[in-house]
Design a protein. Sequence first.
Length: 474
Amino acid sequence: MSPNIVALLYLTASVCFIQALKGLSHPTTSIRGNLFGMSGMAIAVLTTAALVLENVRDTPLAIGWAIVGVVVGGAIGGRLALRVEMTKMPELVAFMHSMIGLSAVLVAVAEVAEPWAFGVVGKGEPLAAGNRVELALGIFIGALTFTGSVIAFGKLSGKYTFRLFQGSPVRFSGQHKLNLLLGLATAYFCYEFVATQAWAGILMVLILGLALGVLLIIPIGGADMPVVVSMLNSYSGWAAAGIGFSLGNSMLIIAGSLVGSSGAILSYIMCRAMNRSFLSVILGGFGASAESQNAGASQQRNVKSGSADDVAFVLGNAESVVIVPGYGLAVARAQHAVKEMAEKLTGKGVNVKYAIHPVAGRMPGHMNVLLAEAEVPYDQVFEMEDINSEFGQADVAIVLGANDVVNPAALQKGSPIFGMPILDAYKAKTVIINKRSMAAGYAGLDNELFYMDKSMMVFGDAKKVVEDIVKAIE
């Protein structure tokens, strides 16, 4: 293949990726965005495969290994895509980030070992200083992304051996000073590798990157994991872009830059939604304080509880209802039942809307995907800034499995989540909250919303409760 054809195909793939991001910015165009993304990746993979075959056609063993890698990786990816549950999507995303980071590390190490095999330099020639900088950064960011994503996977998982880290921050004295020391050591060994191209320098960069990936993520509590997932997504993109520069591969540079920049922008939006500092996300120093993790868990207070029949009566006499979905809805897989309930209410002349908080669930867009899976009309789904002004006029706000995103404690000075924007469900005339128990959310705080005179708790599995409400409405 001529360089011009390769450049044209990579450019076409890049345009497809840009269109994919544009399409994925709104639910109504998300299918088109996915098609663009898949088309771009298909073009990029086929073009790269053609280049590989052309360069190693005289070495059938290399071709065989490439085919094995594609088949095995494709089989594992396909199996995961078919079997993964929507509630496990955050873990899958974290797993994918870890694989991207590991891939970046392996490619960079291979290039350091045999740069001539990548066409970067001639056989026996040293790497240029610019290539060494790119490789050092690629290895460091890739290693950090790999171990950081593994820890994130563990915090999001509820049944694996990683459960030790689930949801809870792990802190110790001098943690930030240790991170700073390791960061300075990394900078030194990067400089040493750039200056000498010695294996000792790059191996130390790899080891320090792996260590920092763990140390930066373990102090972060479960309430902040959506931001972590978004930030790791950005890291994985920059790792890929760094390797693209060292390989001279424009496709990797463009795709990695798109992923890195879009992940960083999303992280900034998520930080604003949680009243967090963007810089503190990068440094791994944010999250609820250790003292606040169980601040509300020990309090025993009386709440007003009701049944599905009570809820059906209240909803049937309402003119406007706002539904607030949370992770409890995802765990119960109740999105289809909720849609059926909304349709029943709409049929009775009730105005039904859905309110989505940017960090509801365990990753960005989690609730939007769930509602889209149930084919909830897009014109009924509203983001926080668009729906908050309507809670004051709503007859009923029904909160399904959400906790921290509707907690009025965010309005109280001194609260660990003070300043965090919330859905103003507490302003509705009546608030119905469905939860399995009175357990605190990821932030570990008691929720004053549950104890208000206007609030009614309905305990139980979200799907079963909503199905009972639908029957009662009929």
